[in-house]
Design a protein around this ligand. Sequence first.
Ligand SMILES: NC(=O)c1ccc[n+]([C@@H]2O[C@H](COP(=O)([O-])OP(=O)(O)OC[C@H]3O[C@@H](n4cnc5c(N)ncnc54)[C@H](OP(=O)(O)O)[C@@H]3O)[C@@H](O)[C@H]2O)c1
Length: 299
Amino acid sequence: MTNNAGLIWLIGSKGMLGTELSLLLEKSGIPFAGTDREVDITVMSALTAACEKLAGKQPVKWIINCAAYTAVDKAEDDAETCRSLNEHGAANIASVANNIEARLIHISTDYVFDGTASRPYREDDATAPTGVYGLTKRDGEIAVLKNNTRSYIIRTAWLYGKHGNNFVHTMLRLMNERSEIKVVNDQRGSPTWAFDLAFVILTLIKKVDYGKNIPFGIYHFTNDGNITWFDFAKEIFRQGRKLGGIAKDCAVNPCTSAEYPAKVKRPAYSVLDKRKIKSALGIKIPAWKKSLKEFLKKK
Ligand SMILES: NC(=O)c1ccc[n+]([C@@H]2O[C@H](COP(=O)([O-])OP(=O)(O)OC[C@H]3O[C@@H](n4cnc5c(N)ncnc54)[C@H](OP(=O)(O)O)[C@@H]3O)[C@@H](O)[C@H]2O)c1
């Protein structure tokens, strides 16, 4: 339990990360209220009304925003909707948080960078998004920091979890269906189990509630280590076969991004430097391989 007598408002509670956070908060016995599409973040009056209703019962001390437009390629033809969620929705939430003096935790992405770096990206590195999704997420970050000075922004990458479409689910399905698959071997990043991110978010809340001074601003969090999608797929196969999630053999072969043209060019290198969050929270970050194993064991 946190010693803070307030409520946590979890926005986007039915998405991949939101589901993981809901389960963790429930299990930890921490009072929270989850909302998703029924409280449209693009409509300020809807957010204000929901906030008044919640605050009428218990003061809202924290807002966590997991709602976003996350369809990276679709966003190129749907820029207005994408911006309405990722920039304006985020700005609305930050204003509501500011009005009630709540702290905000807002989730962002490695896609704010162009992926041309040769060392892990730090929080204060210049952003250079290459597509609509990354651009609107970057503008959302700016709006959040402007509208509520009590904001934490956590950038993450390559997220997977039990709820929703993600790379691990896709690989398990394809490996069970096909005898051979090809996976890109020229994009490097860090897989991140949504449970580990949810755990870190909760750690942040608890530490702040117990009086630790953790400066507001941007933080990076992914699992530890970095690999290509091909490396990730090989390990999913190895562990999936061992743990029983994959029933037969499947050859996993490398290919280049050019063989899988997409509307938005994926960052070739999206490794995030996590020293800031490690030192602020005094945490060790689980290695990607260990977290994948935990995830597959729970499936
Ligand atoms: N997934 C990744 O690999 C990844 C990587 C880096 C960063 N991130 C960031 O991490 C955060 C969480 O991502 P996620 O993958 O958990 O996202 P997600 O699964 O797409 O969840 C987003 C949730 O927001 C809901 N939503 C959509 N429009 C809404 C609206 N107008 N008002 C209120 N809620 C609305 C969605 O409902 P519907 O499902 O009905 O649309 C969904 O439940 C996002 O900020 C994302 O940018 C994700």
